[in-house]
Design a protein around this ligand. Structure first.
Ligand code: UDP
Ligand code: GLC
Length: 439
């Protein structure tokens, strides 16, 4: 059982923004595009999407929103099975699993020797993807392994390859071999890169020599209506429902448990905030179980275990976010985009975020959120203190954040921009093909 703290006078001192519910029936949780008439389905190319993961990470949520938009025009190939498949199928998408245990084992810091060992598995997957791609207008690769397999099969499938790049391609995040493989896959076989932020585009340019402006920026979209439809005005009731302490002052940190997501920085910051609680929502999705255990051990060693709540992976992110007084983002390496930041904004809660990567394209310090130096627990604790002690400032930030999330990061905008980029890629390819055949 989770212990609750004595009622704190500051527990509910942050005025909370409670937006009106737009239309829950028309836009079920996680969608936001079901009611959209903005995109003309007839004009859409038929797309084979490929993603390496069966888990639900940010890249997979971004793909879910595309799948939801036009299930009849697409199919998804996954290189691993998992909850992502179930979510895709629930939307009516056709999913095929092309799995190979040896290839699944390749790590981010892959060595050249490892790559050689898994060669037969790679060849099998390349062939299977290329064969499936014959029935589509293009191949949309959503992760790096998918990129490499799609690129290697280019001579077989001869379809335009579009890569939605979700990563910042630097040594902070990836090994030398992996970066070299990605660089050559892009140079030799990718017709169009679409990036999730300008920061990701910059890293692409530095790695491949392709000008950053050749890759359109398509920011992820967040379904504001899913947030609007959670009533966060009665905090007590909401927290009771989620099993959280009703009267404590809660800082929420959302995202998979992984060292670079910096949950340990939040733990350290909590030691400087005597009566605040920290709620960690998320699970180790990609094998970071040792880090998850380290966080629990650290919470005990620091004497704050009573004030740290490990919630595990949760589906109802809008409700969990609305139960918080402040939302934290603590990545120690530059975050390529950061869906959780926009979600915190859409929840109408003040957001404190680590100022690096795509984050600075979302958060304007002192206007719609609060930026802090990445990896610095003392600075983070100070920032939490500032917002806790100045409810008027916190409310102003939250109000502007809610507006900006809806105006700049809607699902409609996301889907429309993505469709425009895909249509352009197909047209350019058709133009090139015509130019080659005409005398
Ligand atoms: N998420 C979730 N349940 C959890 C933790 C996270 O559904 O328990 C979602 C979160 O709402 C967000 C995504 O996972 O949409 C994480 O995406 P983000 O871009 O923040 O980070 P990534 O994991 O892709 O690096
Ligand atoms: C990746 C990035 C994350 C981004 C997400 C969606 O998983 O780590 O920053 O928000 O993709 O583009």
């Amino acid at each position: 059982m989770r212990p609750t703290l004595d009622a704190s006078p500051l527990a509910h001192s942050l005025p909370l923004v409670a937006p009106a519910c737009i239309d829950p029936a028309a836009a079920p949780l996680g969608s936001g595009i079901a009611a959209s008439a903005a995109v003309h389905k007839a004009a859409l190319p038929h797309v084979l999407f490929v993603d390496q993961s069966g888990q639900l990470g940010g890249a997979e949520f971004a793909l879910l929103q595309l799948a939801e938009h036009y299930p009849s025009h697409m199919e998804v190939v996954l290189l691993a099975d998992g909850p992502f498949r179930l979510r895709l199928e629930a939307l009516g998408a056709r999913v095929q699993i092309i799995n190979d245990a040896s290839v699944s084992g390749i790590a981010r810091q892959a060595s050249a020797l490892n790559c050689l060992r898994v060669l037969p598995g790679i060849v099998r997957q390349v062939r299977a993807i290329a064969a499936r791609a014959q029935a589509f207008d293009m191949l949309f690769v959503n992760t790096q392994k998918a990129l490499v397999l799609g690129a290697l099969g280019k001579a077989l499938h001869r379809k335009p390859v579009v890569w939605y790049q979700h990563d910042i391609l630097t040594r902070e995040h990836f090994g030398r071999v992996q970066l070299a493989v990605v660089k050559w896959a892009v140079r030799l076989a990718v017709d169009q890169v679409i990036v999730n932020s300008r920061a990701s585009a910059k890293s692409l340019a530095a790695l491949t020599g392709r000008a950053a402006d050749t890759a359109p920026v398509v920011y992820n979209g967040i379904d504001a209506s899913a947030f609007n439809c959670v009533d966060g005005t009665d905090m007590g009731m909401l927290r009771q429902r989620l099993g959280l302490p009703e009267h404590a002052w809660l800082a929420g940190l959302f995202g998979r448990l992984a060292p670079w997501k910096g949950q340990h920085i939040a733990l350290e910051a909590l030691t400087r905030l005597p009566d605040a609680h920290l709620v960690l929502v998320g699970a180790p999705l990609f094998g970071e179980d040792a880090y998850a255990q380290r966080l629990r051990d650290e919470a005990s060693a620091l004497g704050i275990a009573e004030r740290v709540h490990f919630a595990g992976f949760q589906d109802d992110i809008p409700a969990w976010m609305k139960a918080m007084n402040v939302i934290l983002h603590t990545s120690t390496e530059p975050e390529p985009f950061g869906r959780v930041i926009v979600e915190g904004m859409a929840a109408g809660r003040p957001v404190i975020a680590a100022a690096a990567g795509g984050v600075t394209e979302i958060v304007r310090h002192g206007r719609n959120g609060w930026l802090v130096k990445p990896g610095d627990a003392a600075v983070l604790a100070d920032a939490i203190g500032v917002l806790r002690n100045d409810p008027a400032l916190a409310q102003r930030l939250a109000q502007q954040a809610l507006h900006d999330a809806q105006a700049e990061f809607s699902v409609d905008q996301y889907v429309q921009r993505m469709m425009d980029a895909l249509n352009k890629a197909v047209k350019r390819r058709d133009g090139e093909a015509n130019a080659q055949t005409s005398p």
